[in-house]
Design a protein around this ligand. Structure first.
Ligand SMILES: Cc1cc2nc3c(=O)[nH]c(=O)nc-3n(C[C@H](O)[C@H](O)[C@H](O)COP(=O)(O)OP(=O)(O)OC[C@H]3O[C@@H](n4cnc5c(N)ncnc54)[C@H](O)[C@@H]3O)c2cc1C
Length: 156
């Protein structure tokens, strides 16, 4: 016999609640990533991460961020790298709008190649960089995206 059944389920009935989805299935995992595109407070707000994600997608990279960015909930805590976050050692770490505080460097200094994009030529990160671009991220990153697209289309 089949009986009609209308259960009332409350939040407290669940033993497990999903608070955060750390990694979408098609995203590169940050600790294992060979390329990391990371951004900091220089990006001004979460609404500006589209270009960071686009660059990361084009490069097959994982995205990361500085601690203040995750503290402000611009990005998930799972992307926070540094002394109090994840330590990464990719072949290429691209740091965009990140000052290069010692606590951030502690988590990224074993990267093979570090590229820094910062509008302040005195930013400490440049001392740890293999390649540096002094410029506004909002001008440099879109140009980088176009250059990667062009490279990929001519080397497909
Ligand atoms: C105990 C302790 C532990 C910590 N652990 C960590 C940690 O694990 N990881 C971590 O990241 N931090 C950590 N911090 C914080 C750390 O000291 C710094 O405050 C933090 O890394 C700074 O983040 P940021 O570089 O994103 O921001 P900011 O210091 O504000 O730097 C922003 C940078 O963006 C640049 N910029 C601004 N506008 C643009 C633009 N349009 N284009 C290009 N560049 C631009 C600026 O010149 C500046 O260099 C810790 C601090 C403490 C005290």
């Amino acid at each position: 016999m089949v009986e009609a059944f209308a259960p009332t389920i409350k939040d407290t009935d669940f033993r497990t609640i999903v608070k955060e989805i750390i990694q979408a299935a098609d995203k590169v995992s940050l600790p294992e990533a060979e390329i990391v595109v990371s951004a900091g407070r220089g990006l001004k707000g979460p609404e500006n991460w589209g270009m960071i994600e686009e660059l990361a997608d084009l490069l097959g990279a994982a995205t990361a961020c500085s601690k203040p960015v995750s503290d402000a909930h611009w990005r998930p805590h799972s992307e926070h790298v540094g002394q109090t976050g994840i330590a990464v050692s990719p072949n290429l770490y691209i740091a965009i709008g990140i000052s290069g505080a010692i606590q951030h460097l502690a988590g990224v200094s074993s990267s093979k190649v570090i590229v820094v994009i910062n509008k302040d030529p005195e930013a400490p990160f440049f001392k740890a960089a293999d390649y540096g671009i002094v410029g506004d991220a909002f001008e440099v990153v879109p140009k980088l995206i176009e250059a990667v697209k062009e490279f990929k289309s001519t080397h497909a």
